[in-house]
Design a protein around this ligand. Structure first.
Ligand code: ASP
Length: 323
């Protein structure tokens, strides 16, 4: 009887005590992806989760919490227990939502502990296969001529695709009809079916469809051409240097997660970014891992703050073209 009582007390005490970094992690970690499964952010998260899990000797399961331009997934992590067992992989959305959203269920900056930067991913501007335009200049002409009769798919206010679409509309001075999805995986299906006209999306999803010719590609959003798509011009070559955007990804824990836990996650992130399998898969998808010294909480924090400042005036100027 006494033994059972002591066992029960120690079990309660064990549960009540916060895990130390030495013990972390002692169970499965949930990695929240704020967009649909099979899409470009999800692909990065699943590769990363698998590799980080090896370093941490625990499983990392990916959960897609989709909707509201990626802010529902962020909300889930912002409101999770700050113990490192619920973390978020998100992208440039984290730098645009503080400007784009007047009210959110979480503080878009202070609700998180940055863990480290993951990978910068270029975007491609695509059209349905039977779109009557073959060059970026012809696409611009077609969008201007069609205005709101033209459809541009995106993943909702705050998504990378929506940011790229906003820059494009602002540059050409024409508003088109935007069609939001829970991620660009479903948006891509609509483009393949020819039910939407245009989609701007990360190479982590689009290369395969560009190469098999099931979509048209008009431009890449980087200052230089990409080695994986050497024949595709940049938006700057097409006369629109302001449609330039790189989709950086970062890993986040909820605010007040103990620093040793954040640092353990960061070390696992760094190990994953050195993993030859990740390096190869990223290269196949037109991207590279962030350097080790950027996969740290401090570098991530500083870069994130600078990105919020950089995008604010651009988004404000392009505001009338946002959703
Ligand atoms: N590419 C999407 C975006 O526009 C997100 C996704 O589905 O991964 O932000």
């Amino acid at each position: 009887m006494l033994r059972r009582t002591l066992q029960a007390i120690s079990a309660v005490l064990f549960l009540a005590l916060p895990a130390t970094a030495a013990e972390f992690p002692d169970r499965t970690i949930t990695l929240i992806v704020p967009y649909a499964a099979g899409g470009p952010t999800d692909v990065v998260a699943r590769l990363l989760g698998e590799s980080m899990g090896r370093d941490l000797h625990q499983n990392i399961v990916v959960e897609n919490v989709t909707g509201a331009g990626g802010t529902l997934g962020s909300t889930r992590v912002a409101q999770a227990r700050p113990d490192g067992y619920t973390i978020l992989l998100h992208h440039i959305n984290m730098a645009t939502t503080p400007t784009l959203y007047r009210r959110l269920p979480y503080d878009p900056v202070n609700a998180f502990e940055p863990v480290g930067l993951v990978t910068p991913v270029p975007m491609t501007i695509l059209g349905r296969r039977d779109l009557p335009a073959n060059t970026f200049a012809e696409l611009v002409e077609w969008l201007r001529a069609n205005g709101e009769r033209a459809n541009l798919a995106d993943a909702g206010l705050g998504a990378a695709s929506q940011l790229c679409g906003t820059l494009l509309q602002h540059s050409i001075g024409t508003r088109v009809t935007t069609v939001p999805f829970r991620g660009t995986a479903p948006a891509m299906q609509e483009l393949l079916a020819g039910r939407v006209d245009v989609l701007c999306d990360q190479t982590t999803q689009t290369l395969e469809y560009i190469r098999n010719g099931s979509v048209k590609v008009f431009a890449v959003t980087t200052p230089e051409r990409l080695s994986v798509l050497p024949d595709v011009p940049t938006t700057a070559e097409g006369g629109m240097p302001s449609v330039q955007v790189m989709i950086w990804h970062g890993l986040y824990a909820p605010h007040a997660t103990p620093r040793p836990v954040v640092e353990r996650l960061s070390r696992a992130l760094q190990a994953a970014l050195r993993d030859p399998r990740i390096i190869q898969r990223f290269a196949d998808m037109g991207t590279v891992p962030e350097p080790q010294d950027r996969a740290t909480p401090d570098a991530h924090k500083a870069f994130w703050a600078a990105e919020i400042d950089r995008w604010r005036p651009i988004l404000q100027a392009a505001g009338q073209y946002a959703d």
